[in-house]
Design a protein around this ligand. Structure first.
Ligand SMILES: Nc1nc2c(ncn2[C@@H]2O[C@H](COP(=O)(O)OP(=O)(O)O)[C@@H](O)[C@H]2O)c(=O)[nH]1
Ligand SMILES: [Mg+2]
Length: 312
């Protein structure tokens, strides 16, 4: 399965827990009822509980109330459709596609705090890009922990893609430099750069990322073509805080939102877009290489509200 062939079913399965809160739970309660203050309060609580965010929830609930007062919406069923369209319309201007360079290699820098799923997400991306016919090289820029490069190397072997790694404790910027050299020599299409998520202190981490970015820019004009920040959907508001910090330091171009299979809070996608204006480009739905989907707002929102009989 390639990067752009995700199915509604896979997303729905992955979003089973989100669905249990926003979908089946809410939808079944709304059916067959008139919209009254009690139901609106329930809807509000549901949206907040799924991490849609205070501001966005307020906006949605206010326009729902207005619609009810004006007599446009009277039944719970109408409210379901209204909520879906409200949520989808928030993403009308978002460009969720990955940016590719006209001249190889395309360089994708991947950043985020420790444990959010950077290395796993790189493996997923590598598998999908390879399925789509691209040659891929991984750069093991997390030299902070010896096990980190090993983890990436294990993925490289499993997926059959190239990897460039340095000695333990090597300067990540030099690893990245070598990786770009190798990519050019081997005519590689796409370089995925893994980075550390933890340093002795936060300033050190941000400086290191800035340095990696500088090396990429100097060595390959236009690179990095994509700076993907990996956020863990189970971390709620904390993920938003991380996004602000990283965006200041390295100018994030897109978000890879992981672990949506492990949370009932898929509404975080709305808060991320509303509050940060950084497009979510990919979502992680499990630990296997194939547990990846492009972020397609309509399909995503539909899956959130799906009345599946198999909420995982
Ligand atoms: N359930 C689930 N687990 C994930 C997902 N992405 C990553 N993980 C797990 O999160 C843990 C940390 O992942 P890792 O890639 O090492 O994080 P890193 O420190 O940011 O590189 C591992 O156990 C991964 O298998 C996801 O989308 N869903
Ligand atoms: Mg890692």
């Amino acid at each position: 399965m390639g990067l752009f062939s995700s199915t509604f079913g896979a997303l729905k399965r992955g979003l089973g827990r989100t669905n249990a809160v926003l979908g089946t739970g809410l939808v079944s309660r709304m059916r067959g009822r008139d919209i009254d203050e009690e139901l609106i309060d329930e809807i509000e609580a549901h949206l907040l509980r799924s991490d849609v965010g205070v501001q966005s929830t307020e906006g949605i609930v206010t326009s729902l109330r207005t619609g009810v007062k004006q007599g446009h919406r009277q039944r719970g069923e109408d409210a379901i459709e209204f909520l879906k369209s409200q949520l989808v319309s928030r993403f009308a201007d978002v460009d969720t596609t990955l940016r590719f360079s006209d001249t190889a290699p395309t360089v994708i820098l991947v950043a985020g705090v420790n444990g959010v799923g950077k290395t796993t997400s790189i493996a997923k991306l590598a598998a999908a890009l390879q399925d789509d016919g691209h040659s891929v090289l991984l750069a093991a820029g997390d030299t902070f922990r010896a096990a980190a490069a090993e983890q990436l190397a294990t993925w490289a072997r499993r997926l059959g893609v190239d990897i460039v790694r340095g000695n333990d404790g090597a300067d990540p910027a030099s690893v990245v430099y070598d990786a770009l050299d190798a990519a050019r020599a081997r005519d590689i299409d796409i370089v995925l750069v893994d980075t550390a998520g933890r340093m002795h202190n936060e300033d050190g981490l941000m400086r290191q990322l800035g340095k990696i970015r500088d090396v990429l820019e100097r060595q390959c004009p236009g690179a990095p073509h994509e700076v993907l920040l990996v956020l863990d959907a189970t971390q709620g508001q904390n993920a938003l805080v991380q996004a602000r910090q990283f965006n200041e330091a390295i100018d994030v171009s897109g978000i890879f939102l992981t672990k949506l299979d492990g949370t009932a809070r898929g509404g975080i996608v709305v808060a991320i877009w509303d509050e940060l204006g950084i497009p979510i480009k990919l979502v992680g739905l499990g630990e296997r290489p194939e547990d990846l989907a492009p972020f397609e707002p309509e399909i995503f929102i539909e899956a959130m509200f799906a009345e599946g009989d198999d909420p995982v």
